[in-house]
Design a protein around this ligand. Structure first.
Ligand SMILES: *Cc1c(COP(=O)(O)O)cnc(C)c1O
Length: 396
């Protein structure tokens, strides 16, 4: 894959007609090493955030040995790219055929569930296997996260005891997992969830071998500067240490966003301007799904030289013919930006590059590498301490 110094060099060399995805393997490697060295337990990469095989190889080479997969296609993909990886099938609702293939063909031993029916399904699909690690997904609050994952999955605390007891009967190792929601803006999200885990363990009086605090570890976006990840790790460590679990129990986490957000940026071109709206060549059906659908603000910079220092707020329209292909922003760009100019949109490695579709004939485009730093980083150690600033938790 061709490597450039930065996005401006990509534009100078290619003047690309199509959007270009830029990979920064060094940024993903740095994030992976950080989790591998500093999280006080095991880090499972949540593959759905970005399933690119090149990224999987970078994470593996930097010490991530466990992968959270959610579909049989993800199981097959990770198994083919990383034959030695430990795969954990953490979607609580799975087809029986997917469970059987994962267990029998791909060596998967870790499964999650949130109902007695799914427990039965797992037992039958694995022919009553006795070597399973089974994680019961508990419903927890998403109040401290930018994107909720609270309504779809997870057993309520009130119903957890019988499910934990039934799972204990058939599991070699019993786990409890949860997900506080994506982009959790305070470590307290995990402390609160672990308090609910404590209540579930006490209610059920079972021996628990794995505590899995899920994903939700934040990245940096305009208007969203979370505390340092060390604060999250410290709070999780203290809360997990005090749980009534077995002496040899393990602590797991499932970061998606935090491991790959810095991996990609995107170069787009302005095709038309209409007041404070810019028509660009990628959008809601491309890598900018979250910018359109949940109003996520990504960092932007103009790559064309000689434009004004004065910045103005713009909204974007994507290339398809659909009115919904609209990104409100605001995105701050030179007030005199015009058609033909190029823009780099940063922090698109998580739920960005992975979301591209071919709708309306768009979605082609090059992928290249760059050696410069991402537009923001949790891992460079050069951030001002956000605790000194007014780090307001925004609730949706
Ligand atoms: C999506 C998902 C993750 C990753 O979440 P992030 O917010 O990207 O860290 C982890 N675990 C499960 C079960 C998920 O569904």
């Amino acid at each position: 894959m061709h490597s450039y110094h930065d996005a401006s060099a990509v534009v100078r060399a290619l003047s690309p007609d199509e959007p270009v995805i830029i990979n920064r393997p060094h940024a993903a490697a740095r994030a992976a090493s950080f989790f591998a060295e500093k999280f006080p337990g095991k880090s499972l990469y949540a593959v759905k955030a970005n399933p690119s095989p090149e990224l999987l190889q970078v994470l593996w080479a930097s010490g991530v040995t466990h992968y959270d997969v959610a579909s049989i296609a993800e199981v097959r993909l990770v198994r083919s790219v990383l034959p030695q990886a430990v795969l954990c099938f953490m979607h609580p609702v799975k087809p029986a055929g997917a469970i059987a293939e994962a267990y029998k063909v791909h060596g998967v031993r870790v499964f999650s569930l949130d109902t007695p029916e799914e427990l039965d399904k797992i037992v039958r699909a694995t022919d009553g296997a006795t070597d399973l690690s089974l994680c019961v997904r508990l419903r927890v609050s998403s109040d401290y996260s930018e994107l909720s994952l609270a309504s779809k999955f997870g057993v309520d605390l009130a119903d957890a005891a019988p499910l934990l007891q039934a799972t204990r009967q058939v599991a070699d190792a019993l786990g409890i997992c949860f997900h506080v929601g994506s982009q959790a803006m305070t470590p307290f999200a995990y402390v609160q969830a672990l308090e609910r885990v404590r209540a579930a363990i006490v209610d059920a009086s079972v021996t628990v071998d794995i505590i899995d605090v899920g994903g939700g570890f934040p990245s940096i976006y305009p208007g969203m500067e979370p505390p340092p990840l060390e604060d999250y790790f410290g709070a999780i460590h203290r809360a997990a240490e005090s749980l009534p679990v077995s002496y040899s129990s393990e602590l797991w986490c499932e970061p998606g966003r935090a491991l790959c957000a810095e991996y990609n940026s995107l170069v787009v071109r302005v095709e038309k301007g209409r007041g404070d709206e810019l028509y660009i060549n990628d959008g809601a059906y491309g890598a900018l799904y979250d910018a359109a659908h949940v109003g996520w603000r990504f960092p932007v910079r103009c790559l064309t030289e000689g434009r004004s220092e004065v910045l103005a707020p713009f909204a974007f329209y994507g290339p398809t013919c659909d009115d919904a292909d609209y990104m409100e922003g605001p995105f701050l760009l030179p007030a005199d930006i015009r058609p033909g100019d190029y823009i780099e949109i940063g922090m698109l490695g998580a739920y960005g590059a992975a979301m591209k579709t071919r709708f309306n004939g768009f979605g082609e485009g090059l992928v290249v590498e760059s050696t410069d730093e991402p537009m923001a980083s949790q891992y460079l150690g050069n951030r001002r301490d956000p605790r000194q600033s007014d780090n307001v938790v925004s609730l949706r």
